[in-house]
Design a protein around this ligand. Structure first.
Ligand code: AMP
Length: 278
């Protein structure tokens, strides 16, 4: 497994890789969720590249960039074990040289849900992902359904900018008790870790109601909201029942939907989602 930092090293490393090349962008502190993407990329391509970059432009000043968990040695061990060919760990200076002033923005899809609470987040995501795609030139890219809006926004960017690649969205990997795996779970104290189960249990209750015939968008949202409100350590930021592609909030009866939510458990902001129907 080759590890590269600069753009020149990356260029040389990429040139040596057989095609098709699968690519998994990450912010590091890897877990089984990330590794599931690497394994899928491994199964579908001749070679696999992974980037590790905690992208400063997708964090607001009051967010957790400074404290974002890091453990590069462990990440490299896990990536090597999962069959990665090349790891790119750019520095902030490599990605954002002095006088950087060009941004990639997806318009409508980024105004709702996460975008309404994190107004500069997706512009940072699409800009860095575009730069990563331009440098790596992958044939297939792998993203997690865990960040449902990010997957929708990046898919839109791929279509709108005609990136010659295939976008693959992989299912959410959960802990045995249901908590969606996230690098941020490491911030949780033991009682908070227990309280954080309200996200997945709320979503699973909504799923069970849907499977039992419940079709009211409002009732499905209320089921999730109630579960969060029953947990004293949790504070709901939003719960949404939206069209999985347009992310438009649904009214009345739903045939299929993306239920998503953001919750503060203590100081830690967690997101989770589930797709129902179809
Ligand atoms: P991050 O390092 O948080 O930026 O995540 C890198 C990629 O891994 C993104 O495409 C995420 O959606 C994906 N990912 C993170 N957690 C999970 C999970 N629990 N299951 C599946 N994919 C995930």
């Amino acid at each position: 497994m080759k590890v590269v930092i600069t753009a020149d090293e990356l260029k040389k490393g990429i040139a040596e890789l057989n095609r098709p090349l699968g690519f998994v962008p990450t912010m590091g502190f890897l877990h089984e969720g990330h590794l599931s993407l690497v394994r899928k990329a491994r199964a579908e391509n001749r070679t696999v590249a992974v980037s590790i970059f905690a992208n400063p432009t997708q964090f607001a000043p009051d967010e957790d960039l400074e404290n974002y968990p890091r453990d590069i040695d462990r990440d490299l061990e896990l990536l090597s074990g999962a069959g990665t060919d090349l790891v790119w760990i750019p520095t902030v200076g490599v990605m954002y040289p002095e006088n950087f002033q060009t941004w990639v923005e997806v318009e409508e899809l980024t105004k709702v849900l996460e975008g309404s609470y994190r107004p500069t987040h997706f512009r940072g995501v699409t800009t860095v992902v575009a730069k990563l795609f331009n440098a790596v030139r992958p044939d297939r890219v792998y993203f997690g359904q865990k960040d449902a809006q990010q997957a929708a926004v990046v898919s839109q960017m791929v279509r709108d900018l005609s990136y010659p690649l295939e976008m693959v969205v992989c299912p959410i990997v959960r802990e045995p008790d249901g908590l969606a795996m996230s690098s941020r779970n490491t911030y949780l104290s033991a009682p908070e870790r227990q309280a954080a189960l309200c996200l997945s249990s709320g979503l699973f209750k909504a799923r069970d109601a849907f499977l039992g015939g419940e079709r009211s968008a409002q009732k499905l949202r209320d089921i999730v909201r109630q579960e969060i409100e029953n947990e004293p350590l949790a504070e709901l930021q939003y719960v949404s029942c939206a069209d999985p592609e347009t992310l438009a909030e649904l009214k009345n009866e739903v045939e299929n939907c993306l239920i998503s939510l953001a919750v503060f458990v203590g100081k830690t902001r967690l997101i989770d989602n589930i797709i129902l129907g179809k």
